[in-house]
Design a protein around this ligand. Structure first.
Ligand SMILES: NC(=O)c1ccc[n+]([C@@H]2O[C@H](COP(=O)([O-])OP(=O)(O)OC[C@H]3O[C@@H](n4cnc5c(N)ncnc54)[C@H](OP(=O)(O)O)[C@@H]3O)[C@@H](O)[C@H]2O)c1
Length: 288
Protein backbone atom coordinates (compact mmCIF):
# COMPACT_ATOMS: atom_id res chain seq x y z
CA UNK A 1 0.00 0.00 0.00
CA UNK A 2 1.29 3.42 -0.95
CA UNK A 3 1.90 5.71 2.03
CA UNK A 4 1.81 9.47 2.62
CA UNK A 5 4.02 11.22 5.20
CA UNK A 6 2.23 13.68 7.48
CA UNK A 7 3.69 16.93 8.83
CA UNK A 8 4.76 15.22 12.09
CA UNK A 9 6.64 12.45 10.25
CA UNK A 10 3.96 9.78 10.73
CA UNK A 11 3.25 7.73 7.60
CA UNK A 12 -0.27 6.63 6.69
CA UNK A 13 -1.74 4.46 3.93
CA UNK A 14 -3.06 6.59 1.07
CA UNK A 15 -6.19 4.47 0.56
CA UNK A 16 -8.49 3.44 3.38
CA UNK A 17 -11.79 1.90 4.37
CA UNK A 18 -14.62 3.85 6.05
CA UNK A 19 -17.43 2.38 8.12
CA UNK A 20 -19.98 5.22 8.04
CA UNK A 21 -23.55 3.92 7.54
CA UNK A 22 -22.57 0.26 7.73
CA UNK A 23 -25.30 -1.45 9.77
CA UNK A 24 -24.08 -2.19 13.27
CA UNK A 25 -24.44 -5.96 12.93
CA UNK A 26 -22.38 -5.94 9.70
CA UNK A 27 -19.54 -3.67 10.84
CA UNK A 28 -17.18 -6.18 12.47
CA UNK A 29 -17.43 -8.51 9.45
CA UNK A 30 -16.97 -5.62 6.99
CA UNK A 31 -13.85 -4.40 8.81
CA UNK A 32 -12.45 -7.94 8.93
CA UNK A 33 -13.15 -8.44 5.20
CA UNK A 34 -11.59 -5.07 4.37
CA UNK A 35 -8.39 -5.97 6.22
CA UNK A 36 -8.43 -9.36 4.46
CA UNK A 37 -8.73 -7.50 1.13
CA UNK A 38 -5.61 -5.48 2.00
CA UNK A 39 -6.89 -2.25 3.59
CA UNK A 40 -4.77 -1.05 6.48
CA UNK A 41 -6.38 2.35 7.10
CA UNK A 42 -9.73 2.04 8.91
CA UNK A 43 -11.91 5.10 9.58
CA UNK A 44 -14.69 5.30 12.18
CA UNK A 45 -16.13 7.98 14.50
CA UNK A 46 -17.84 8.10 17.88
CA UNK A 47 -21.02 9.45 16.23
CA UNK A 48 -21.18 6.42 13.88
CA UNK A 49 -21.95 4.32 16.96
CA UNK A 50 -19.81 1.44 15.67
CA UNK A 51 -16.42 1.96 17.29
CA UNK A 52 -16.90 -1.23 19.32
CA UNK A 53 -17.74 -3.34 16.25
CA UNK A 54 -14.87 -1.76 14.33
CA UNK A 55 -12.54 -2.78 17.17
CA UNK A 56 -13.96 -6.32 17.06
CA UNK A 57 -13.23 -6.63 13.33
CA UNK A 58 -9.68 -5.38 13.91
CA UNK A 59 -9.12 -7.79 16.80
CA UNK A 60 -10.32 -10.77 14.76
CA UNK A 61 -8.02 -9.86 11.85
CA UNK A 62 -5.03 -9.53 14.19
CA UNK A 63 -5.90 -12.73 16.12
CA UNK A 64 -6.10 -14.64 12.84
CA UNK A 65 -2.70 -13.31 11.77
CA UNK A 66 -3.96 -11.29 8.77
CA UNK A 67 -2.15 -8.21 10.03
CA UNK A 68 -0.54 -6.65 13.10
CA UNK A 69 -1.58 -3.64 15.14
CA UNK A 70 1.56 -1.84 13.91
CA UNK A 71 0.55 -2.32 10.26
CA UNK A 72 -2.89 -0.85 10.83
CA UNK A 73 -3.77 2.83 10.85
CA UNK A 74 -6.94 3.32 12.88
CA UNK A 75 -8.90 6.59 12.94
CA UNK A 76 -11.75 7.85 15.09
CA UNK A 77 -13.34 11.25 15.61
CA UNK A 78 -14.71 13.47 18.33
CA UNK A 79 -18.24 14.87 17.93
CA UNK A 80 -19.44 18.36 18.83
CA UNK A 81 -20.64 17.95 22.41
CA UNK A 82 -17.48 16.01 23.20
CA UNK A 83 -15.33 19.02 22.33
CA UNK A 84 -14.81 20.90 25.60
CA UNK A 85 -11.31 20.10 26.86
CA UNK A 86 -12.11 17.83 29.82
CA UNK A 87 -14.87 16.04 27.96
CA UNK A 88 -12.56 15.54 24.97
CA UNK A 89 -9.91 13.94 27.19
CA UNK A 90 -12.55 11.53 28.54
CA UNK A 91 -13.90 10.81 25.06
CA UNK A 92 -10.46 9.85 23.77
CA UNK A 93 -10.10 7.36 26.64
CA UNK A 94 -13.60 6.07 25.96
CA UNK A 95 -12.88 5.51 22.27
CA UNK A 96 -9.69 3.60 23.14
CA UNK A 97 -11.54 1.44 25.69
CA UNK A 98 -14.51 0.75 23.43
CA UNK A 99 -12.26 -0.19 20.52
CA UNK A 100 -9.92 -2.25 22.70
CA UNK A 101 -6.85 -0.31 21.56
CA UNK A 102 -3.90 1.26 23.42
CA UNK A 103 -3.55 4.06 20.90
CA UNK A 104 -5.20 5.49 17.80
CA UNK A 105 -3.20 6.37 14.71
CA UNK A 106 -5.37 9.37 13.89
CA UNK A 107 -7.98 11.30 15.82
CA UNK A 108 -10.05 14.10 14.28
CA UNK A 109 -12.35 16.92 15.38
CA UNK A 110 -15.34 15.71 13.35
CA UNK A 111 -17.16 18.99 12.75
CA UNK A 112 -16.08 22.65 12.69
CA UNK A 113 -18.52 23.63 15.43
CA UNK A 114 -18.31 24.13 19.20
CA UNK A 115 -15.20 24.32 21.37
CA UNK A 116 -12.72 23.10 18.79
CA UNK A 117 -9.86 24.88 20.62
CA UNK A 118 -10.60 23.07 23.90
CA UNK A 119 -10.79 19.79 22.02
CA UNK A 120 -7.48 20.53 20.34
CA UNK A 121 -5.69 21.14 23.68
CA UNK A 122 -6.91 17.74 24.91
CA UNK A 123 -5.87 16.09 21.65
CA UNK A 124 -2.39 17.65 21.74
CA UNK A 125 -1.98 16.39 25.33
CA UNK A 126 -3.11 12.89 24.31
CA UNK A 127 -0.73 12.96 21.38
CA UNK A 128 2.16 13.91 23.69
CA UNK A 129 1.10 11.04 26.00
CA UNK A 130 1.42 8.60 23.07
CA UNK A 131 -2.29 7.84 22.81
CA UNK A 132 -2.77 9.49 19.40
CA UNK A 133 -0.07 9.24 16.73
CA UNK A 134 -1.58 11.91 14.51
CA UNK A 135 -4.33 14.48 15.10
CA UNK A 136 -6.43 16.56 12.79
CA UNK A 137 -9.67 18.21 11.84
CA UNK A 138 -12.58 17.42 9.55
CA UNK A 139 -14.98 19.51 7.51
CA UNK A 140 -13.02 22.71 8.12
CA UNK A 141 -13.17 25.04 5.13
CA UNK A 142 -9.80 26.46 4.07
CA UNK A 143 -10.37 29.84 5.80
CA UNK A 144 -11.16 28.13 9.10
CA UNK A 145 -8.23 25.73 8.68
CA UNK A 146 -5.88 28.72 8.21
CA UNK A 147 -7.28 30.44 11.33
CA UNK A 148 -6.92 27.17 13.29
CA UNK A 149 -3.31 26.71 12.18
CA UNK A 150 -2.56 30.34 13.03
CA UNK A 151 -3.97 30.19 16.56
CA UNK A 152 -2.52 26.84 17.67
CA UNK A 153 1.08 25.83 18.38
CA UNK A 154 0.52 22.34 16.97
CA UNK A 155 -1.01 22.31 13.51
CA UNK A 156 -3.36 19.57 12.31
CA UNK A 157 -1.79 16.72 10.38
CA UNK A 158 -5.01 16.08 8.41
CA UNK A 159 -8.20 17.78 7.29
CA UNK A 160 -10.79 15.16 6.28
CA UNK A 161 -13.17 16.81 3.80
CA UNK A 162 -15.52 15.87 0.99
CA UNK A 163 -13.59 15.41 -2.27
CA UNK A 164 -15.05 13.73 -5.35
CA UNK A 165 -15.44 14.47 -9.08
CA UNK A 166 -18.37 16.83 -8.37
CA UNK A 167 -16.56 18.72 -5.62
CA UNK A 168 -12.86 18.56 -6.50
CA UNK A 169 -11.50 21.15 -4.03
CA UNK A 170 -8.64 22.20 -6.32
CA UNK A 171 -8.10 25.60 -4.66
CA UNK A 172 -8.59 24.08 -1.20
CA UNK A 173 -5.82 21.62 -1.97
CA UNK A 174 -3.47 24.51 -2.80
CA UNK A 175 -4.26 26.17 0.55
CA UNK A 176 -3.75 22.92 2.45
CA UNK A 177 -0.43 22.30 0.70
CA UNK A 178 0.70 25.82 1.60
CA UNK A 179 0.02 25.08 5.29
CA UNK A 180 1.30 21.49 5.25
CA UNK A 181 -2.07 19.96 6.17
CA UNK A 182 -2.82 16.71 4.32
CA UNK A 183 -6.28 16.39 2.73
CA UNK A 184 -8.16 13.13 3.29
CA UNK A 185 -11.21 12.62 1.05
CA UNK A 186 -14.52 11.44 2.44
CA UNK A 187 -17.27 10.27 0.06
CA UNK A 188 -14.84 9.89 -2.87
CA UNK A 189 -17.78 8.43 -4.85
CA UNK A 190 -20.14 11.15 -3.58
CA UNK A 191 -22.09 8.11 -2.30
CA UNK A 192 -23.20 7.69 -5.93
CA UNK A 193 -24.92 11.10 -6.14
CA UNK A 194 -25.49 12.59 -9.61
CA UNK A 195 -25.24 9.03 -11.03
CA UNK A 196 -21.50 8.89 -10.46
CA UNK A 197 -21.13 5.18 -11.12
CA UNK A 198 -22.75 5.45 -14.58
CA UNK A 199 -21.22 8.78 -15.59
CA UNK A 200 -20.29 8.39 -19.31
CA UNK A 201 -17.05 10.44 -19.06
CA UNK A 202 -15.73 8.41 -16.13
CA UNK A 203 -16.93 5.12 -17.69
CA UNK A 204 -15.20 5.90 -21.00
CA UNK A 205 -11.95 6.75 -19.23
CA UNK A 206 -12.17 3.48 -17.30
CA UNK A 207 -12.73 1.42 -20.46
CA UNK A 208 -9.32 2.47 -21.83
CA UNK A 209 -7.60 0.92 -18.83
CA UNK A 210 -10.01 -1.96 -18.21
CA UNK A 211 -11.06 -0.27 -14.94
CA UNK A 212 -14.40 0.64 -13.35
CA UNK A 213 -15.67 4.14 -12.58
CA UNK A 214 -14.90 3.60 -8.88
CA UNK A 215 -11.32 2.65 -9.72
CA UNK A 216 -10.88 5.71 -11.97
CA UNK A 217 -12.10 8.02 -9.20
CA UNK A 218 -9.83 6.52 -6.53
CA UNK A 219 -6.85 6.49 -8.88
CA UNK A 220 -7.47 10.17 -9.69
CA UNK A 221 -7.34 10.97 -5.95
CA UNK A 222 -4.12 8.94 -5.54
CA UNK A 223 -2.49 10.87 -8.40
CA UNK A 224 -3.51 14.15 -6.75
CA UNK A 225 -1.69 13.11 -3.56
CA UNK A 226 -4.94 12.93 -1.57
CA UNK A 227 -5.67 10.22 1.02
CA UNK A 228 -9.03 8.58 0.19
CA UNK A 229 -11.56 6.55 2.16
CA UNK A 230 -13.85 4.20 0.25
CA UNK A 231 -16.75 2.36 1.84
CA UNK A 232 -18.38 -0.85 0.68
CA UNK A 233 -19.97 -3.72 2.54
CA UNK A 234 -19.36 -6.05 -0.43
CA UNK A 235 -16.05 -7.97 -0.52
CA UNK A 236 -15.97 -7.90 -4.34
CA UNK A 237 -16.18 -4.09 -4.31
CA UNK A 238 -13.61 -3.86 -1.51
CA UNK A 239 -11.25 -5.82 -3.77
CA UNK A 240 -12.17 -3.71 -6.81
CA UNK A 241 -11.60 -0.42 -4.99
CA UNK A 242 -8.12 -1.36 -3.77
CA UNK A 243 -7.00 -2.64 -7.19
CA UNK A 244 -5.88 0.78 -8.46
CA UNK A 245 -2.10 0.66 -8.21
CA UNK A 246 -1.39 -0.95 -11.59
CA UNK A 247 -2.42 1.87 -13.93
CA UNK A 248 -1.88 5.60 -14.39
CA UNK A 249 -4.40 8.11 -15.70
CA UNK A 250 -3.01 10.21 -18.55
CA UNK A 251 -2.92 14.02 -18.35
CA UNK A 252 -5.68 14.12 -20.96
CA UNK A 253 -7.92 11.91 -18.81
CA UNK A 254 -7.19 14.01 -15.72
CA UNK A 255 -8.27 17.08 -17.76
CA UNK A 256 -11.54 15.35 -18.64
CA UNK A 257 -12.20 14.66 -14.96
CA UNK A 258 -11.34 18.29 -14.09
CA UNK A 259 -14.15 19.42 -16.39
CA UNK A 260 -16.70 17.55 -14.23
CA UNK A 261 -16.10 19.82 -11.20
CA UNK A 262 -19.33 21.50 -10.00
CA UNK A 263 -17.39 23.20 -7.18
CA UNK A 264 -20.14 22.45 -4.69
CA UNK A 265 -20.91 19.75 -2.20
CA UNK A 266 -22.93 16.76 -3.34
CA UNK A 267 -24.42 16.83 0.19
CA UNK A 268 -24.43 20.12 2.10
CA UNK A 269 -22.54 23.30 2.93
CA UNK A 270 -21.19 23.32 6.49
CA UNK A 271 -21.86 27.07 6.75
CA UNK A 272 -25.47 26.94 5.54
CA UNK A 273 -27.94 27.83 8.32
CA UNK A 274 -30.13 24.80 7.46
CA UNK A 275 -27.13 22.49 7.80
CA UNK A 276 -25.99 23.97 11.12
CA UNK A 277 -29.59 23.76 12.37
CA UNK A 278 -29.81 20.10 11.30
CA UNK A 279 -26.54 19.26 13.09
CA UNK A 280 -27.65 21.06 16.24
CA UNK A 281 -30.97 19.17 16.28
CA UNK A 282 -29.26 15.86 15.60
CA UNK A 283 -26.78 16.57 18.36
CA UNK A 284 -29.58 17.13 20.85
CA UNK A 285 -31.30 13.91 19.68
CA UNK A 286 -28.04 12.02 20.16
CA UNK A 287 -27.72 13.36 23.68
CA UNK A 288 -31.18 12.15 24.69
N1 LIG B 1 -15.65 13.31 8.19
C1 LIG B 1 -16.89 13.25 7.76
O1 LIG B 1 -17.73 14.13 8.05
C2 LIG B 1 -17.30 12.11 6.89
C3 LIG B 1 -18.53 12.17 6.17
C4 LIG B 1 -18.86 11.09 5.36
C5 LIG B 1 -18.00 9.99 5.26
N2 LIG B 1 -16.83 9.95 5.98
C6 LIG B 1 -15.91 8.79 5.88
O2 LIG B 1 -15.62 8.52 4.51
C7 LIG B 1 -15.98 7.17 4.20
C8 LIG B 1 -16.42 7.06 2.75
O3 LIG B 1 -17.52 7.92 2.47
P1 LIG B 1 -19.02 7.42 2.28
O4 LIG B 1 -19.15 6.07 2.87
O5 LIG B 1 -19.92 8.46 2.78
O6 LIG B 1 -19.24 7.39 0.71
P2 LIG B 1 -18.53 6.77 -0.58
O7 LIG B 1 -17.35 5.95 -0.20
O8 LIG B 1 -18.38 7.88 -1.55
O9 LIG B 1 -19.68 5.85 -1.17
C9 LIG B 1 -20.11 4.67 -0.58
C10 LIG B 1 -21.22 4.08 -1.45
O10 LIG B 1 -20.69 3.65 -2.72
C11 LIG B 1 -21.00 2.28 -2.93
N3 LIG B 1 -19.83 1.69 -3.59
C12 LIG B 1 -18.59 1.53 -3.05
N4 LIG B 1 -17.74 1.03 -3.96
C13 LIG B 1 -18.44 0.86 -5.11
C14 LIG B 1 -18.11 0.38 -6.39
N5 LIG B 1 -16.86 -0.01 -6.69
N6 LIG B 1 -19.09 0.33 -7.34
C15 LIG B 1 -20.35 0.74 -7.05
N7 LIG B 1 -20.74 1.20 -5.85
C16 LIG B 1 -19.78 1.27 -4.88
C17 LIG B 1 -21.30 1.70 -1.58
O11 LIG B 1 -22.26 0.67 -1.63
P3 LIG B 1 -22.02 -0.81 -0.98
O12 LIG B 1 -21.57 -0.62 0.43
O13 LIG B 1 -23.36 -1.47 -1.10
O14 LIG B 1 -20.97 -1.46 -1.84
C18 LIG B 1 -21.88 2.91 -0.82
O15 LIG B 1 -23.27 3.01 -1.10
C19 LIG B 1 -17.07 6.86 5.22
O16 LIG B 1 -17.34 5.49 5.36
C20 LIG B 1 -16.51 7.52 6.46
O17 LIG B 1 -15.53 6.71 7.06
C21 LIG B 1 -16.48 10.99 6.78
Amino acid sequence: MRTIQLNNGVKMPQLGFGVYQIPLEETAEAVYQAIKAGYRLIDTASIYGNEKETGEGIKRAIDEGLTTREELFVTSKLFILQAPEEKAAETIEQSLNVMGLDYLDLYLIHQPYGDVYGAWRAMVAAQKAGKLRAIGISNFKSAKMIEFVGLNDVKPQINQIEVNPWNQRIEDQEWHEKYGVQIEAWAPFAEGHHDLFTNPVLAEIGEQYGKSVGQVVLRWLMQRGIVALAKSVRPERMAENINIFDFELSDADVEKISALDRKESAFFDHDAPQQVEWVMNRMLDTEN
